[in-house]
Design a protein. Structure first.
Length: 278
């Protein structure tokens, strides 16, 4: 069975305040700050079926989440939704993917003045399999505390995540690995590969040359990596609204095409693309 997307992660490290402020300026509604029992903090940008997570680390404490601390800044997490973590781990191992051991964790969530505990269980693929970032699987025990309706409407009009662009110099090796991770076939698209997930989201694996052709000066730098998450793509019915918001924020590198807009956030090493909804 093909795994659906759960969320995509941007690692802010110790720059969460700045990252959250900028995403709000871009017209996204952010959930209140969360504090994980593992020692990380987050804000979420929620959509109907999935979300974008800003993850980071608190200051003034010795309890710091190691996998976040040791991961590079920027787009650094691809998370699939799992109904049963232990069964998923077993199936993925049986399919030839090395897997770590599962983790259970939680974070407090306050809704309408009442504090609840959102609970999760995850399992990650072995770090050496995917240089581009952390690839893992998430089981939500309390989804109603995450998909809270008031958090799912955004002033910029964005309605959904549609694509994760994966840049790799080892595309013939990485494409079948990501296909195994998603439990969905990789299909050749020109000189790249596409992996379709339920709900219309897709993974697009492309070469660094193709990446440069697509985004030009707004590309994220490889910084010596052979693979990295090059962009996350959103669908929007109001591209002009995004253009106006992005153009008003200093230091962003904005590229405007007829049906899309690319926004590089330099201090986050992150590229966002907004595509006019068809």
């Amino acid at each position: 069975m093909t795994f659906a997307l759960d969320h995509v992660v941007i690692n802010t490290l110790f720059d969460m305040d700045r990252a959250a402020a900028l995403m709000s300026q871009l017209g996204f509604t952010l959930t209140p700050r969360g504090y994980h029992s593992l020692g990380s903090i987050n804000h979420l940008v929620m959509f109907e079926h999935d979300y974008l997570e800003l993850i980071g680390l608190p200051t003034g404490t010795d309890v710091v989440r190691k996998d976040v601390l040791e991961s590079p800044r920027g787009l650094n997490g691809l998370v699939f939704r799992a109904k049963d973590i232990d069964a998923s781990q077993s199936a993925l191992r049986g399919g030839g993917l090395a897997m770590l051991e599962p983790q259970s964790f939680s974070r407090p969530v306050t809704i309408d003045g009442v504090e609840h505990l959102a609970r999760f269980r995850t399992v990650r693929t072995a770090p050496e399999l995917f240089e581009a970032g952390r690839v893992y699987y998430c089981k939500h025990y309390t989804p109603e505390l995450v998909w809270h309706r008031p958090w799912m409407s955004h002033p910029n009009g964005v309605r959904a995540l549609s694509e994760l662009v994966i840049v790799t110099s080892n595309i013939e090796v990485d494409a079948p690995r990501y296909a195994k991770a998603a439990q969905s076939p990789a299909e050749r698209q020109g000189d790249g590969w596409t992996i379709a997930l339920p709900g219309g989201f897709r993974l697009s694996l492309i070469s660094s040359e193709r990446y440069r052709e697509r985004y030009g000066e707004r590309c994220v730098e490889a910084n010596g990596r052979h693979g990295f998450f090059g962009a996350v793509v959103f669908d929007t019915p109001d591209l002009a609204r995004i253009r106006d918001l992005a153009s008003s924020i200093p230091d962003l590198r904005v590229g405007i095409e007829q049906t899309s807009l690319a926004v590089l956030i330099p201090f986050l090493d992150t590229l966002l693309e907004f595509r006019a909804q068809r």
